[in-house]
Write a protein of this length. Structure first.
Lengths: 537, 352
């Protein structure tokens, strides 16, 4: 009965917005499903299941043989999704009493069955399933499962279920393959801890706390080291004789999108660093704004043109393993010395070292931080000189000290209901700025969307204000009277061809409600344009 | 024998019986109306004379207020023939909601059955649909697409009970129409063994009371309590709460403990409909015939001609043609308001 059970899990995950609820659903799956199906289900959810997928066209042909073309067209037009239309319209056949297939059975048969026999095989399964089961099957065999379960979430659920630390699960994860029999055996205390030696496996990252004013007193050059905080994406480079891999901060492998980095990883080490678009500019290297890096993200394949237009590099700031030697227990200073020695010895292409900024007192850094307007600098990192490399967010060991945000006073234009706990609140706000309307007057143009930054009390207030000031409705979106000013803060403004205003904001959030401010005094678009990095007057 | 088209006309107000001089489910106030059931798109206020089942008349009085449910009201006992201007009128059960009827009209040897809204699944809260052979069968087609095949209601209730076990610290808020769906859902929960009190939004209380008055046992029902203080939440963890669709979008819902938003409707079959409403647990539970039942019913009544009042008439007329039956879309105005998924309209706070 495992495919129907999997279909039920998929359906609930699809509709469940809450993280805790997703975790509960996954825990139940691990607890109630037998091997190997639970592992195959896990792999299917996290996108690690690899098998020869069927083409959507084949499913289309199957349904065409069993339905009237006019009725199918009307149905497809209404439902909008091919797999779902097929799952719903598939006619039940009298006298079918074959049991529904198991997950493992489906995956094995997809690999083993000759291509010519696949349509009959899939049709037979569809006959044995109900509508939910058919939808899960079609999505599975055509490789179209998208349910919003990250590897990180799945690992957290596994750890919760088994009473283990997530870091422990992550350590062993990348050495394993579906259906993870040895992983489940270990988590159920039926087998040894799977070994990850010598394979390119992800090691949990050390994370930083935001530095707030009360923490300032504890920071000085005697105990801490400072580095720039670059606005790229955090990566871990793992290279061993048995293979190479590039992992994102969330432990997803992103090797495929950055072949030039993989090629440069001609060494045996595990390194921590920032993935950036780096361009040579005469005397040195210039880091491009995040918008440039974004062009390279979430790509499975990358063209040579793309590689040339957005040259990728890694700025290294820590070393976890030198060869097979685990350095994580060493203090930061000792690891830094090892990193520098390793770098001098290895000289890897496309990589450089994160600069250590000398300082005595925090006040010196404060000046530096305020003066740093380079596009790709987010602020500073402060690391305790004696801190070992520990998994997760260790209080007091690493700090991130972000540059003061930029701000504008914008006008609330549209509001949208949130999801989950916020489904009864208008919690997503589109705001705009003034610009000339070409006829001697001014008009508002939307510049961004924010759904955080406010307190619970403020949210209650805005929600009520929106309900009382709605001028039009478009599904879940309300247009409101243009009379409320919001102070919006953000980390950077960038040029964007995709936004009507021509500007995109990075991490916009609501800082304050400016009920005191008349709407005419909200900022103009030109004020925001002046804040775009690299275009300062 | 006169063709039904000669004595039953489509007018802007709805279907009009010429020799009887009355309308069936008229969309506006008329001198004489027969009302099939109490949903707002069939039962309108302020007719001069209304003929309907006793339950439908009671529902109309509850929903519209005494003065607006017809100046004069006439109860048509189920199954009994009423002679009027040479037309024989008979009401037979439609299985849609409490009091819902089909209208069987005979005139000079010709018979039309106007089925109103109907379903074919067993429903402990109303009498089952009774097929009547006829010359013209007038049907709805709310779920007139082959993608709509309602699952077994018991399976849907089992999914709800499973969720209650999995999330014992969350309230389960189910959006359900005040007339019919809410009571059927309660009755199905009772059949499945859920004997705890079921908590009701204020907008559902009156009609549940009316059902009980007609002998439909719903078990212990309680109004959703007020929050301890304004804005406080955390109420009714592990309990079933029923409210009209859209209540989940209002401030009313904030008193509930991290609610699992459920909706009970045939539309929940299509994921995009559930997604758009932010439903976390869609329950496919409908008081209308699904595709297979529409086709089976039109065959069962043996009518050579089928008229389709509202819904997906295009698909149903096409499917009937494939079976050699003449279908005709009536394009009645003002139908489907109660059955269409409404925009998430705020429910009046006062009704909480």
């Amino acid at each position: 009965m495992s495919l129907p059970a999997f279909a039920t899990l998929l359906e609930r995950l699809t509709f469940t917005p809450g993280r805790n609820a997703k975790l509960a659903l996954l825990r139940e799956w691990f607890a109630t499903q037998p091997d190997p199906d639970r592992g195959i289900g896990l792999a299917a959810l996290t996108g690690e299941l690899v098998f020869r997928a069927a083409k959507p066209g084949m499913v289309r042909e199957l349904v065409a043989a069993r339905s009237d073309p006019v009725l199918f067209a009307l149905s497809y037009d209404y439902v909008g999704d091919l797999a779902e239309t097929v799952a719903l319209i598939w006619p039940a056949r009298a006298g079918i009493n074959a049991p529904p297939p198991g997950l493992a059975e489906v995956v094995e048969a997809m690999e083993a069955t000759p291509k010519a026999e696949l349509p009959a095989l899939i049709a037979g399964w569809l006959d044995a399933l109900d509508a939910n089961g058919r939808l899960a099957l079609i999505k599975l065999v055509t490789g179209g499962l998208r349910v919003g379960v990250s590897a990180r979430l799945a690992k957290t659920a596994l750890a919760d279920w088994a009473g283990q630390e997530v870091a422990e699960v992550e350590e062993v994860w990348h050495g394993l393959a579906p259906p993870y029999l040895d992983l489940f055996a270990w988590l159920e205390k039926q087998g040894p801890r799977p070994s990850a030696e010598d394979r390119p496996v992800f090691r949990p990252l050390m994370l930083a706390h935001p530095l707030e004013a009360p923490d300032y007193a504890g920071i000085s050059g005697a105990t801490h080291r400072a580095e720039w905080k670059w606005d790229g994406i955090r990566v871990q480079l793992c290279a061993a004789p048995s293979g190479r891999a590039l992992f994102s901060r969330g432990a997803e492998e992103i090797s495929g999108g950055f072949p030039e980095i993989l090629e440069a990883m001609d060494f045996h080490a595990v390194l921590d660093g920032e993935l950036l678009v780096m361009r040579a500019n005469g005397e040195g290297i210039e880091v491009a704004p995040f918008a440039d890096l974004q062009q390279r993200l979430n790509r499975k394949l990358v063209s040579a043109k793309m590689q040339a237009a957005y040259p990728i590099g890694v700025r290294l700031y820590d070393i976890l393993f030198d060869g097979a030697e685990d350095l994580r227990a060493l203090p930061f200073d000792a690891r830094r010395a090892r990193l520098e020695a390793w770098f001098a010895r290895t000289r890897p292409a496309r990589m450089d070292l994160s600069e250590v900024i000398p300082f005595t007192e925090l006040t010196e850094l404060e000046l530096l931080r305020a003066g740093a307007r380079a596009a790709a600098i987010e602020g500073l990192m402060l690391k305790r000189a004696d801190s070992p490399y520990l998994a997760g967010r260790q209080k007091g060991a690493w700090w991130k000290w972000k540059r003061a945000p930029l701000g504008i006073d914008a006008v609330l234009m549209y509001a949208q209901r949130g999801h989950g706990k916020r489904s009864s609140f208008y919690s997503d706000f589109t705001f705009g700025l003034w610009r000339p309307d070409g006829e001697g007057g001014r008009e508002l143009v939307p510049v961004g969307k924010a759904y955080s930054g406010y307190t619970d009390q403020e949210l209650l207030w805005i929600d009520r204000w929106i309900r009382n000031n709605t001028t039009a409705r478009f599904g879940p979106v309300r247009e409101v009277a243009k009379s409320l000013v919001l102070e919006v803060i953000f980390d950077a403004a960038q040029r964007s061809g995709r936004h009507k205003s021509g500007v995109a904001l990075r991490f916009p959030r609501i800082a304050r409600l400016r009920t005191d401010k008349p709407v005419e005094e909200a900022d103009e678009l030109a004020t925001l344009e002046a804040l775009i990095v690299g275009e300062e007057a | 024998m006169p063709h039904p088209q000669t004595w039953m006309r489509v007018t802007p107000q709805g279907l009009y019986c010429v020799p009887g001089d009355f309308f069936i489910d008229p969309a506006r106030a008329v001198p004489r109306a027969i009302v099939t059931h109490g949903h707002a798109d069939h039962a309108r206020p302020d007719h001069d004379h209304v003929l309907a089942s006793d339950a439908t008349l009671a529902i109309m009085r509850t929903r519209m207020g005494e003065g607006r449910a017809g100046r004069t009201q006439q109860v048509a006992p189920m199954g009994e023939v009423i002679h009027h201007n040479g037309v024989d009128i008979r009401l037979v059960p439609a299985g849609h909601v409490l009091g819902s009827c089909q209208v069987v009209l005979d005139w000079q040897g010709s018979r039309i059955v106007i089925s109103g809204d109907y379903k074919r699944r067993p429903d402990p809260t109303c009498l089952p649909f009774e097929p009547v052979t006829c010359d013209v069968f007038v049907t709805e087609a709310t779920f007139g697409l082959p993608v709509f095949r309602h699952p077994d209601p018991a399976d849907e209730i089992a999914r709800l009970l499973h969720s209650l076990r999995l999330f014992p610290d969350r309230a389960h808020l189910i959006g359900a129409y005040a007339l019919g769906k809410a009571q059927r859902l309660i009755a199905l929960l009772r059949q499945a063994g859920w004997d705890r009190p079921i908590f009701l939004h204020g907008a559902l209380l009156a009609l549940c009371g009316l059902y009980e008055g007609f002998g439909v046992k719903l078990g212990p029902l309680e109004p959703v309590p007020l929050p301890q203080k304004r804005g406080a939440g955390g109420l009714l963890a592990g309990e079933v709460v029923l409210a009209p669709p859209g209540a989940e979008a209002t401030a009313w819902v904030r008193r509930l403990a991290d609610p699992v938003i459920c909706a009970a409707s045939g539309w929940m079959r299509v994921r995009q409909r559930a997604k758009a409403r932010g439903v976390e647990l869609p329950l496919i539970l409908s008081d209308h015939a699904d595709w297979d039942e529409l086709l089976a019913t039109t065959a069962e009544v043996q009518a050579p001609e089928i008229w389709v009042t509202h819904g997906r008439d295009d698909a149903l007329v096409h499917a009937l043609a494939l079976r050699g039956i003449k279908g005709r879309a009536l394009y009645l105005l003002g139908r489907g308001e109660e059955d269409e998924e409404p925009a998430a309209e705020p429910v009046a706070e006062a009704s909480a």
